[in-house]
Each structure stands twice: as structure tokens, then as C-alpha cells.
Design a protein around this ligand. Structure first.
Ligand SMILES: Cc1cc2nc3c(=O)[nH]c(=O)nc-3n(C[C@H](O)[C@H](O)[C@H](O)COP(=O)(O)OP(=O)(O)OC[C@H]3O[C@@H](n4cnc5c(N)ncnc54)[C@H](O)[C@@H]3O)c2cc1C
Length: 497
């Protein structure tokens, strides 16, 4: 019987330059191997028997552009773009913008610290809408005054911290100065407005950047739309095809205002905002224990989920503890908890100062729903500012900033966010799975953290303990009041203090 050409091809094994030896190597970027070429070299392994090296060697920039146009753009095979990685530096963007940028959770970030650096005077964003309005003079005056007070308090708080926490004899001078500076900066950061300019580095793949640019273009703040433009320009230089079509989308532009209109409609008869606690668990999985224990046993064998669950449901407390104990007791200090702990979720409604929010927001294994920065919920006064006798000056600065916020809000509600100092509280709804709580709570309740988010992490643990004490028992939490452990801290430069 005759065979067709296609049949012959299907029956003939593909030939390849690969032998049978295991080979593991990295593809390093160079002039030829650009991120887009690397992405094609990886994508080719789906259809080609050749080695990655051989595939990479024969791809030109033009061929890779054609490939991406056809597969990524044309057929929507977006995951190919994930093999093209970019490192982007953002300098002098506002704190408001950093939080919008870092909301892209499939990326890696490092941001200028408010603890190890003292911020300069006059380095804050001036939104065009405010600067062209009759609020301009008051905006500049209030922002300048916040920075003046921040800088005046820096040496005062440094001196205060020296007295409050004298140098332990065994501690080196340089380390002590670094720790003291961090303590002082932790107290004065509450004065910094959300407009404060800062720097951050972002590493992500081209698929993430394309969506980020799309989101920023569709954002109501002009600063974000300008960032979208610049980001597109610089990423086009590295991945010319993969971010080419990023542009504003009506879905994002129109949905937020439509939902805001519905929110106004459905809350029209609300008189005031509930004075809630800082941390509340508003939704959780009542079956969490059963689900986690079932999934831990499910992994080990071949029985169906329902079969195992039936057995787990009649387990004694002691039997349940045995399973959880086996699953968690061997963890080292940096070991990640088993994935089965993701089967339980907890939704927290958190009201925290904007400074703490900036840090908590960085935890990416979560679903976060953010409300805008506001002066409506009042502000926190750091206890050290009170102890140092500076409460009045601090409160005066907050009151002026709060009044400015309300004045600008009446005309420019989005832009009003820029003038809110980090001391003011804002709300965020966060759904964490239990595995991420095993990461978030120890990291953020630890002595090295800022007192404001340490408190939030401690409260998260307390709330978890109220609903699921057996599961909470294994989440490592530091409930002490002590802050900034010196163990393992590296000396920090003293900078301008
Ligand atoms: C004391 C202290 C000081 C800090 N100082 C700074 C600072 O100066 N500047 C700054 O920018 N940040 C700072 N951070 C924030 C910190 O670097 C983390 O970005 C933040 O805490 C998020 O936590 P996470 O890395 O555990 O990730 P999460 O987002 O909480 O993710 C949970 C876990 O998932 C895994 N994971 C998530 N995403 C990735 C990924 N892309 N690649 C690989 N694994 C991933 C990791 O195992 C991670 O631990 C500080 C944090 C602390 C506690």
C-alpha cells in the first residue's frame, strides 16, 4: 500500500542534534540572543526536536519578530512572551504610582526604603491638574511644610532614640548608628506625603509588562498614563514586538467609573463609615481544617477526595492534630509550607496607616482590593513622637494636610490622594490563603519590621487564632513589642542624619 507524504513524515522520527546525555544550561542574553529571540528559542521546543542552542542559533531578530506577531499577537499564545525578561528602573515616581505599579503581582520589585534613607526636601510630585488649579499654592506650601517638619524632626528623633535605646556595650558604633537611624526614620516616615518621589526596580517578563502598560494607560491618574508611555518606549527597545500593541482599553477605563456610580447609588442612605477594628476577618472557610487535612492525605495515595474527606470528618481532635503536626513540624525557618495549605482562604478587611499599607501590599500571593488613599479615616501618631514631645507639631501638620485633602477632593478627587501623609489610614481587602499567612505573619510580625505593620500582622494572627486555633497554632508569630532586633542587621550608612 502506498503511503502519503504526510503519513511518511508522521512515521519518521525527528532527527536532532541532541544526544542522550542530560544537559542543563542557561541561555544568556547577548547581542544576538535578545529576550525576544530567547523566547522563540524556548517556544520552538514544542515542535522542534533540536536543542535550544541550535534553535537559538538560527533565529534572527526578524524571524523572532515574525514568530511573535504570528503566535503571540495573532493566536494569543501569550505564554511565549513570558520567556522574555526585562529589568526596568523607575526613578522619581510618586509613592502613589509605586503602589499602582506594584499591584502587578507577577513581578519582582525592590523599592527605596523609608527606613534606611532620609528623603530630600522638594522631592515630591506636582500633579498638573492641581498645579493648574486654584489649589496650587496651598499644595506646594503644605507639601513643603511636611518635608520641613520631617527634616527638622529627623535629628531630634535620632537623639531621642539614642536616649531611649542606649548602645549595648557589645554593639559596634556603626551598627548602633544604623539601628538608631532606622528607629528615627520609622517614626518620621508618617509625615511623608503620598506624592513623595521614590525609586523602584521591577523585573518581569514581557507578558506582565504588556498588561502593566495597558493598565497604566487606562488609569485615571495622568502620572500613570505618562508612566505607561515611557514604559512602552523603553520596553520597545528590548522587546520590540511583545509590548507593541499595549494601549488603553475601554474595559478598564469605563468599568471603574460605572462601578463607582453603582457604589454611590447603593450606599446613598449610609450616614457614616463603620468605626471598625484595624483588622477583621470578614470571610473565611469554615471547613478549612477538614479541607487541608483531606488534601494532605489525598496527596499521599490514590483515593478520591470524597472518600478521604468522609474519614477526616469523623477524626478525633488528636488525629487531626497528628496530621497537621506531621505536615508542619519539620519546617526550617525559611522553608515554605506545603502547597495543600492553599486550600483554605481568609478575607481580611484591614484599616491601616498608608505607611504600613505600602509594605503589606508587597505580598503578592494574595487577592487585594484597594480603596483609594484618603484622609477620611484619620491618622495614627507614632508613640515615639508623643514621647519626644512633638505631638503638637505632628498633629498640626496632619490637620493641615487633611484639610488640604478635603479641599482638593471636592474638585479633583483622584489627585487629592497625593497630599495625604503616610500617617493617614486607608482600607484594603485582602484574601490570603493559609500558606501565604505562614509567610506573611512571621515576616511582618518580626522584630526587624516597622511597628505599624508588625501590629497588623500580629492582629491577623489573633483573628486567625479566634476562628481556627488549631491552624493558627502552627503559624509563627512574634507577639513581642520589641522592634528592630540587632541580630543579623548589617550596618547602615548614616546618610544625612
Ligand atoms: C524587615 C523588612 C525590610 C524590607 N525592606 C525592603 C526594602 O527596603 N525595599 C523593598 O523593596 N522591599 C523591602 N521589603 C519587602 C520584601 O523584600 C518583600 O518584597 C515583601 O516582604 C514580600 O514578601 P515575599 O518576598 O515573601 O513575597 P510574597 O509576595 O509574600 O510571596 C510569598 C512567597 O512566594 C514566593 N514568591 C512570590 N513571588 C515570587 C517570585 N516572583 N519569584 C520567586 N518566588 C516568589 C516566595 O517564596 C515568597 O516568599 C522588606 C521586608 C521586610 C520584612
Amino acid at each position: 500500500m502506498e503511503t502519503s507524504g504526510d503519513q511518511k513524515a508522521a512515521e519518521t522520527p525527528e532527527t536532532s542534534d541532541l544526544g542522550n546525555e542530560r544537559q542543563i544550561y542557561t541561555l544568556r542574553e547577548d547581542e544576538h540572543l535578545t529576550p525576544e529571540v530567547i523566547a522563540v528559542a524556548f517556544a520552538k521546543c514544542s515542535r522542534s526536536p533540536a536543542s535550544f542552542r541550535a534553535n537559538a542559533a538560527e533565529i534572527t531578530a526578524e524571524k523572532s519578530a515574525e514568530f511573535h506577531e504570528k503566535w503571540v499577537v495573532g493566536y494569543g499564545h501569550g505564554s511565549v512572551a513570558e520567556h522574555a525578561t526585562l529589568h526596568v528602573a523607575f526613578e522619581n515616581v510618586s509613592n502613589v504610582a509605586t503602589k499602582v505599579i506594584e499591584d502587578c503581582r507577577l513581578a519582582s520589585y525592590t523599592e527605596k526604603s523609608t527606613r534606611y534613607q532620609v528623603y530630600d526636601r522638594n522631592r515630591y510630585y506636582k500633579p498638573r491638574a492641581i498645579m493648574e488649579s486654584n489649589h496650587a499654592d496651598r499644595y506646594v506650601e503644605t507639601m513643603d511644610s511636611l518635608f520641613d517638619i520631617y527634616l527638622a524632626l529627623a535629628p531630634i528623633m535620632m537623639e531621642f532614640m539614642r536616649k531611649k535605646h542606649p548602645k549595648p556595650e557589645e554593639m559596634k558604633d556603626r551598627l548602633y548608628e544604623g539601628v538608631t537611624k532606622a528607629r528615627a526614620c520609622d517614626a518620621i516616615r508618617y509625615l511623608l506625603p503620598a506624592a513623595t518621589l521614590t525609586n523602584l526596580g521591577m523585573t518581569a517578563n514581557a507578558r506582565v509588562f504588556e498588561w502593566a502598560i495597558t493598565k497604566f494607560y487606562s488609569h485615571p491618574l495622568e502620572e500613570m498614563r505618562e508612566i505607561a508611555d515611557e514604559l512602552k518606549r523603553v520596553t520597545l527597545g528590548v522587546t520590540p514586538t511583545l509590548v507593541k500593541y499595549a494601549s488603553p482599553i475601554p474595559y478598564l477605563q469605563e468599568t471603574a467609573p460605572a462601578l463607582a456610580a453603582l457604589e454611590r447609588e447603593f450606599t446613598a442612605d449610609f450616614r457614616e463609615i463603620d468605626p471598625t477594628e484595624a483588622v477583621r476577618i470578614v470571610e473565611f472557610d469554615p471547613q478549612a481544617e477538614i479541607k487541608i487535612i483531606t488534601s494532605l492525605l489525598y496527596r499521599a495515595g490514590h483515593y478520591s477526595y470524597d472518600q478521604i474527606r468522609e474519614r477526616v470528618e469523623i477524626m478525633s481532635r488528636e488525629e487531626k492534630e497528628r496530621v497537621i503536626d506531621e505536615a508542619l513540624s519539620r519546617r526550617g525557618p525559611h522553608d515554605q509550607t506545603l502547597r495543600e495549605f492553599e486550600h483554605a482562604y481568609y478575607t481580611f478587611d484591614i484599616l491601616m496607616d498608608y505607611g504600613a499599607f505600602r509594605d503589606v501590599q508587597r505580598h503578592r500571593m494574595a487577592t487585594q482590593t484597594n480603596q483609594e488613599i484618603t484622609a477620611l479615616h484619620g491618622y495614627d501618631v507614632p508613640p515615639e513622637i508623643i514621647e519626644a514631645g512633638k505631638e503638637e507639631v505632628f498633629r498640626g501638620a496632619m490637620e493641615r494636610a487633611g484639610e488640604l485633602y478635603h479641599a482638593i477632593y471636592a474638585d479633583l478627587p483622584r489627585e487629592a490622594q497625593y497630599c495625604v501623609p503616610m500617617a493617614f489610614r486607608k482600607r484594603v481587602l485582602i484574601t490570603w490563603n493559609l500558606r501565604e499567612l505562614h509567610n506573611f505573619i512571621p515576616l511582618r510580625s518580626g522584630k526587624k519590621g516597622h511597628p505599624s505593620y508588625r501590629k497588623i500582622a500580629q492582629l491577623c494572627w489573633e483573628k486567625l487564632n479566634e476562628v481556627h486555633p488549631l491552624l493558627a497554632r502552627y503559624v509563627r508569630v512574634d507577639m513581642s513589642d520589641e522592634t528592630i532586633s540587632t541580630v543579623g542587621n548589617k550596618p547602615q550608612a548614616i546618610g544625612s542624619l
